[in-house]
Design a protein around this ligand. Structure first.
Ligand code: DAH
Length: 357
């Protein structure tokens, strides 16, 4: 039971209460010195001005003190309450000002700091090699032609003399869009497209760089990669022209000491066909790990354009002849830079990409 309910009134020692109020005021001022954040400030406010604070108790005791003491206690309690509220507010302002100061200092413009260099983009290693290949052929009088990445299977296969049962046509090897279209598996259909658009004019002298697609994925095969196709058609074109062109190309790309050799091979769209090797870019031909000890590195396929392919392009194989070649840009870039895993070109790891210029 409280005093009030019991009707018993505990005598109030006014002198002692006034003294404790003054003490509390001094105590708060001292504690404020150590209050560094708003939460501590709030704690002090509740403790010294809240419902259970000494000030609140003193005010509620007013009715129980003798009338003669009432003004003195009332005045003291109100003064102390006001002083405490003022002190709390003053300290709150100090904290705000200090915080503002800190932020300004943090944001201040310091002209002595070193500048932040802007991030500069650079060419992708494949782009560097591709542009080099283009420059070499442009300087030899070739122009650049292109074709779509979604290609008709007739252009990708049939018109290139690739028979219906050729394994490259398998659903497992190619990405089909529908029964008659697929993502081109090589840049060779550009040969047909260009000849059909150009015939019967001579000469045809193009390279066709571009993206090609196959269902492969391992350290030396990616489902997306790049090729550069080459095609030259004119009167009297021979295998000697092909070999001379490719030797000039290899020496420009890999250095003047480079040698090439042609090995007999087979492609449906060329006859005869050959694989071209360059003398090893790492050992010069003596034999090392890069070339597997043989001294040679395979870089492209080529041959004399098959008479049926010339016909499909709108040219008469009795009157004209031509050569063609196709190379993988990734493979050449790997040889050029000594890169071991083709997939690095597509992983977008800046630590890798930043090494090329
Ligand atoms: N299209 C062939 C491939 O992707 C490469 C090729 C070989 C292209 C011989 C040619 C060529 O033009 O004559 O494997």
């Amino acid at each position: 039971m409280t005093d009030r309910e019991s009707g018993l009134v505990e005598p109030v020692d006014v002198d002692a209460l006034v003294q404790r109020l003054e003490q509390a005021r001094a105590e708060l001022e001292e504690r404020l010195e150590g209050a560094g954040d708003p939460a501590q400030l709030e704690e002090l406010r509740v403790r010294y001005l809240g419902r259970r604070s000494l000030v609140a108790q003193a005010l509620s005791a007013l009715g129980r003190v003798p009338a003669a003491d009432r003004p003195r206690l009332g005045r003291t309690a109100n003064e102390v309450r006001q002083a405490m509220a003022d002190a709390l507010e003053a300290h709150r302002q100090r904290l705000l000002a200090a915080e503002k100061e800190r932020r300004l200092a943090a944001e201040a413009l310091d002209l002595t700091l070193p500048g932040r260099p802007p991030l500069l983009g650079r060419r992708h290693p494949l782009r560097i090699v591709l542009e080099e290949i283009e420059d070499i052929f442009l300087s030899m009088g070739f122009t650049i032609a292109g074709g779509p990445e979604v290609e008709y299977s007739s252009l990708n296969f049939d018109l290139l003399n690739i028979p219906p049962d050729h394994p490259a046509r398998d659903m497992q090897d190619s990405f089909y869009i529908d029964a008659s279209r697929l993502l081109r598996t090589h840049t060779s259909p550009v040969q047909i497209r260009y000849m059909q658009a150009h015939a019967p004019r001579l000469p045809v002298r193009i390279i066709a760089p571009g993206r090609v697609f196959r269902r492969d994925d391992d350290p030396t095969h990616s489902p997306v990669f790049h090729q550069v196709e080459g095609l030259l058609v004119d009167r009297g074109v021979s295998m000697a022209h092909l070999k001379g062109t490719l030797l000039a190309f290899a020496r420009r790309l890999f250095g003047p000491e480079t040698r090439i050799r042609l090995r007999p091979s087979y492609f449906p769209f060329t006859e005869p066909s050959a694989e071209v090797d360059v003398s090893c870019t790492s050992c010069g031909g003596a034999g090392c790990r890069v070339c597997g000890g043989s001294g040679w590195l395979e870089i492209l396929g080529c041959g004399m354009v098959h008479p049926q392919v010339l016909r499909n392009g709108g040219y008469d194989p009795e009157e004209v002849s031509g050569f063609a070649f196709g190379m993988g840009v990734e493979r050449i870039a790997m040889l050029r830079y000594g890169i071991d895993d083709l997939r690095r070109f597509f992983q977008n790891d800046l630590r890798f990409l930043e090494q090329f210029e």
